[in-house]
Design a protein around this ligand. Structure first.
Ligand SMILES: C=C(O[C@@H]1C=C(C(=O)O)C=C[C@H]1O)C(=O)O
Length: 389
């Protein structure tokens, strides 16, 4: 256990209780406004009926926002807001950092590397089986404890500092609990009949030295293992969206994108819906979890994730977003996020494992994916590299 050097006092102000959801990023800025209420919870099976019922009694400016869990059998957490605002005043100030924090890796990095090794053994053993495991995304967590309530809106504001990510805060069912993060991955956006998805898979750590950073980017672009890992996600999304669309393409092919901490392979997928009234939240529910956060075959990977990961994912690696009465909206893969409750937070990071993956490199990749969140908490960006306990 180690103590953060940032000992500034904790402050929770009115902005911290400002509505059950807020988003800020390149796909829009939006926060719940006016009266809000929880939508009866349920799974994807009952989602179409629940959405229809929720919008039926609401006006044209109503918005549904919230989170879908990673596991399809678990219940979602959606809110109906009377209206939304597109301004999101920044609240972060140095005084809004959480008070002294301790953190613990859960599981420890070497235990995580062991799980990666085990997944690789399973893939080797099943390599010739038609339904054998081809990819699995394994995650690990950091449990943080502060001395006082973590200022939630201020945490989101600090995460929004990177212009390519979408920072989000979604209130979860228990009081004082929220999912807060900064995701670079767009699951699906719908505007009229147009849809857009930007899956990411295949990663490399950014380097502060520009020459080494360019080398890391070039190595990722050349990596056969990462391209294979990425192609599985694109194929899955194309297959899942095809029945909803009259037209669907990946016009620019696979490219590279970067956050402040990571390089990723990414593919722009664009389509036209057969029914332009399709609610974006239903498209999100149909798509998730993609092999970018789960694996292939999906149900086999999900079952193994339950066995190999010691901590439940809950809303991590699910989807967060919003949907309007005409179906328009945007839904993001809930990664680079923390489940915050009062003075405690659990940070999650995962990596895609395919034949050819190396356990130590994947452990290192997850450490790099924690960096933006750790910085926002005022902790050292490399804290996830130290074994704790
Ligand atoms: C699972 C995470 O990220 C996903 C996994 C990636 C990979 O394995 O290369 C890249 C982007 C995300 O789709 C995460 O950040 O927790």
């Amino acid at each position: 256990m180690m103590i953060s050097p940032d000992l500034a006092a904790c402050r929770v102000d009115a902005a911290d209780t400002g509505g059950p959801f807020a988003f800020r990023g390149p796909h829009g800025t939006l926060r719940a406004d006016g009266p809000t209420r929880a939508i009866e919870s349920g799974t994807g099976d009952s989602l179409p009926a629940r959405i229809t019922r929720a919008f039926a009694g609401a006006g044209p400016s109503a918005v549904i926002g919230g989170a879908l869990p990673f596991a399809r059998h678990q219940t979602d957490c959606l809110w109906l807001a009377h209206s939304c605002r597109h301004d999101l005043p920044a609240t972060a100030s140095p005084a809004d950092r959480p008070s002294p924090q301790r953190w613990r890796a859960d599981p420890a990095p070497r235990v995580y590397a062991g799980s990666v090794e085990q997944a690789l053994r399973i893939m080797r053993a099943e390599a010739t089986q038609p339904e054998g495991l081809r990819k699995i995304v394994l995650a690990r967590t950091l449990a943080i404890e502060a001395n006082g309530p973590i200022p939630q809106q201020a945490l989101m504001d600090r995460l929004a500092d990177d212009p390519v990510v979408t920072a989000f805060r979604v209130a979860l069912p228990q009081p004082d609990r929220a999912l807060i993060g900064a995701t670079p991955e767009l699951l699906v956006e719908k505007t009229g009949s147009k849809i857009f998805s930007f899956p990411l898979a295949g990663s490399a750590r950014r380097n502060p030295d520009p020459i080494r950073d360019a080398d890391a980017c070039a190595a990722l672009a050349r990596s056969e293992k990462d391209r294979r890992e990425h192609a599985m996600v694109v194929e899955f999304i194309m297959d899942t969206l095809t029945p909803w669309c009259s037209h669907l393409t990946a016009p620019e092919g696979t490219g590279l994108t970067s956050t402040r901490s990571m390089w990723h392979l990414g593919t722009r997928i664009e389509g036209r819906l057969s029914d332009p009234d399709t609610p974006s939240v239903l498209l999100a529910a149909a798509l998730h979890p993609t092999p970018a956060v789960c694996g292939l075959p999906c149900s086999r990977a999900a079952a193994l994730i339950g066995e190999l990961e010691p901590v439940a994912r809950d809303f991590y690696a699910g989807a967060v977003g919003w949907c309007r009465p005409d179906g328009d909206g945007a839904w993001f893969v809930a990664i680079r996020c923390a489940d915050v409750c009062g003075a405690q937070a659990r940070l999650y990071a995962g990596a895609g494992i395919v034949p050819g993956s190396d356990p130590d490199s994947e452990t290192e990749e997850t450490a790099s994916k924690f960096a933006a969140l750790l910085r926002a908490f005022g902790l050292p960006a490399d804290a996830a590299r130290y074994p704790t306990d």
